[in-house]
Design a protein around this ligand. Structure first.
Ligand SMILES: NC(=O)c1ccc[n+]([C@@H]2O[C@H](COP(=O)([O-])OP(=O)(O)OC[C@H]3O[C@@H](n4cnc5c(N)ncnc54)[C@H](OP(=O)(O)O)[C@@H]3O)[C@@H](O)[C@H]2O)c1
Length: 259
């Protein structure tokens, strides 16, 4: 595979880093020159990774091209490029539908949408793919887990879940800050928070039949401290507000063209 990236930012860097950790991969990578520092760093760290002179040179050198630019600039950047009919375009731009991408990359018509996670750099986490595509599924399966969905509505709903990562860390940061305000210095405070949530992250695997609500109940002893916090936050409608945010992300992702 000759893989090109239009847009060399955080996500491209994570994908290339994960990819090049796979010992036997035969993928050559061509990067667009922006971001200059990230592209130069990747090219210096890995064999078979080089920086092209411009975006068109990326297309001319690759058969699979990942679109890893922000949605705000995608129309301007993509309409300036000459795609070939045989290009396989993999769009990472979460807010662009299949049809919107197709209109921008014509005459290329083989288009796959994918939502990787930043943890792909460590070959962890799942990448959702729509529509199913054996080549792209194989590619992302080597970098973690690949989940293929045929239905664009399902893909949109699953994409919403990826909008919660920052909130998760904000929760951990709130706990961390609270501990520090109560005299617990680092590394104890940070290590304790990280260790707690790492263990909790494994709980669904160790009880595969249990729903998340069941796990919440398991951890909330009646009259206990966990029950107190979850009840107080429920009374303050925190979880309703969270669900409303998911709805608004969903509306943005499913809007006719972009968010
Ligand atoms: N990060 C994630 O976890 C994640 C997950 C799923 C989907 N996505 C989607 O993936 C896409 C990339 O996300 P990201 O986090 O990697 O964003 P990012 O770090 O901002 O990377 C975007 C890159 O595009 C470059 N760029 C700007 N103008 C360009 C142009 N004319 N031609 C080529 N490249 C240009 C930027 O370079 P400069 O720095 O020089 O401006 C930047 O390095 C976005 O659509 C995002 O929504 C991201």
């Amino acid at each position: 595979m000759k893989l090109g990236f239009i847009g060399t930012g955080a996500l491209s860097a994570a994908i290339v880093t994960g990819l090049k950790a796979v010992a036997d991969n035969e993928v050559t990578v061509v990067l667009s020159p922006r971001n200059e520092a990230i592209a130069a760093d990747l090219a210096s760290r890995f064999a078979d990774v080089r920086v092209a002179a411009d975006n068109q040179a990326v297309l001319d050198a690759c058969d699979v091209v990942m679109l890893a630019i922000r949605p705000q600039i995608a129309p301007e950047v993509l309409t300036a490029l000459r795609f070939r009919p045989d290009h396989h375009v993999v769009s990472l731009v979460a807010t662009f539908s299949q049809e919107a991408v197709a209109a921008l990359v014509s005459p290329a018509s083989r288009i796959t949408r994918a939502v990787p996670m930043p943890m792909i750099a460590k070959r962890q986490g799942a990448t959702i793919i729509c529509p199913p595509d054996p080549d792209i599924a194989t590619f992302f399966a080597r970098l973690g887990t690949a989940i293929e969905v045929a239905n664009a509505d399902e893909f949109a709903a699953l994409s919403v879940a990826t909008a919660t990562f920052a909130t998760y860390f904000k929760l951990l940061d709130t706990l961390h800050g609270w501990l520090q305000n109560h005299g617990i210095a680092d590394p104890t405070a940070r290590d304790y928070v990280a260790s707690l949530f790492k263990a909790l992250g494994h709980a669904p695997d160790t009880a595969p039949e249990a729903s998340f609500l069941h796990l919440a109940a398991d951890y909330a002893t009646r009259g206990g401290l966990n029950e107190q916090v979850v009840n107080q936050l429920t009374d303050k409608k925190l979880f309703d507000a969270f669900a409303e945010s998911l709805d608004s992300v969903h509306r943005r992702i499913t809007a006719p063209r972009r968010g």
